[in-house]
Design a protein around this ligand. Structure first.
Ligand SMILES: [Zn+2]
Ligand SMILES: [Zn+2]
Length: 245
């Protein structure tokens, strides 16, 4: 059990069904202490308007003892690695997850996916790449893991990739974990919950990490402090309300 979940969607992405309050209530029962709400970036059809992200600055930082990070699952838009998180959104968002989604970046070929993903990491805004094991977007896993280590971007193990989404991800996810282990990079775990009931569920991710003997000291979710230190190191910004976490 890890007390940090870094990937979930609320009713603001209309194919998801829980609210910020639902996630906080679930966190209190399942042992999650720090969570990041990561609704889809505005280029997705079911995503909120970009004002949604700008206005997240009005959220309480800590709700009933649970730390809440203002996040986004942005879209990698093109070969230049641009993402749909920019301008005034950047002033309100704590954590940027980014990945490929079919409506924004139709699948092409391995060389194109690899170049776009590495460019997104090199851009300096992205903290975590979501579901890099998606079989619809083959990548040069070793090259991506080496770039991720170089730019200090975590690659995600996404628990939903083993249950409800992106069928056939498992062999790729195992290769991602091995490549990140060998490149000296970091792994981030995300439940990718679309209802609060799966918050903090990482059983398949844990199994993969065990299989490849992934070092615990390079998993961002082990403690809230570890994740917050990573974000502070990447952004140069300290969030005062999380000093006690
Ligand atoms: Zn996604
Ligand atoms: Zn997602």
């Amino acid at each position: 059990m890890y007390p940090v979940d870094l990937h979930m969607h609320t009713v603001a992405s209309t194919h998801a069904y829980s609210t910020l309050r639902d996630y906080v209530l679930q966190a209190q029962t399942c042992g999650v202490k720090l969570l990041a709400i990561t609704d889809h970036g505005p280029d997705m059809a079911d995503a909120p308007h970009y004002w949604h992200f700008v206005n997240m600055k009005i959220w309480p930082r800590v709700i009933d003892g649970i730390g809440v990070l203002r996040g986004i699952e942005a879209n990698i838009k093109n070969l230049q690695g641009e993402i749909d998180c920019s301008g005034p959104m950047l002033g309100s968002i704590d954590i940027i997850v980014a990945g490929f989604h079919e409506p924004v970046f139709p699948p092409q070929d391995e060389a194109t996916h690899t170049e776009a993903m590495i460019a997104a990491m090199a851009g300096g805004l992205v903290h975590i790449i979501s579901h890099p094991g998606n079989p619809n977007y083959p990548i040069d896993i070793r090259a991506v893991a080496e770039a991720a280590a170089k730019y200090d971007v975590a690659l995600e193990l996404n628990n939903s990739s083993f249950t409800t989404s992106r069928k056939g991800s498992e062999p790729n996810c195992r290769k991602v974990a091995e490549a990140v282990r060998d490149a000296g990079g970091r792994i981030a775990l995300g439940s990718d919950s679309h209802t609060a009931f799966t918050l903090g569920q990482f059983d398949h991710c844990l199994r993969i990490m065990q299989e490849v003997d992934f070092p615990q000291d390079r998993v961002l979710n082990v403690t809230p402090r570890r994740l917050l230190d990573f974000l502070e190191m990447r952004t140069g910004k300290k969030i005062a309300e999380f000093a006690e976490f």
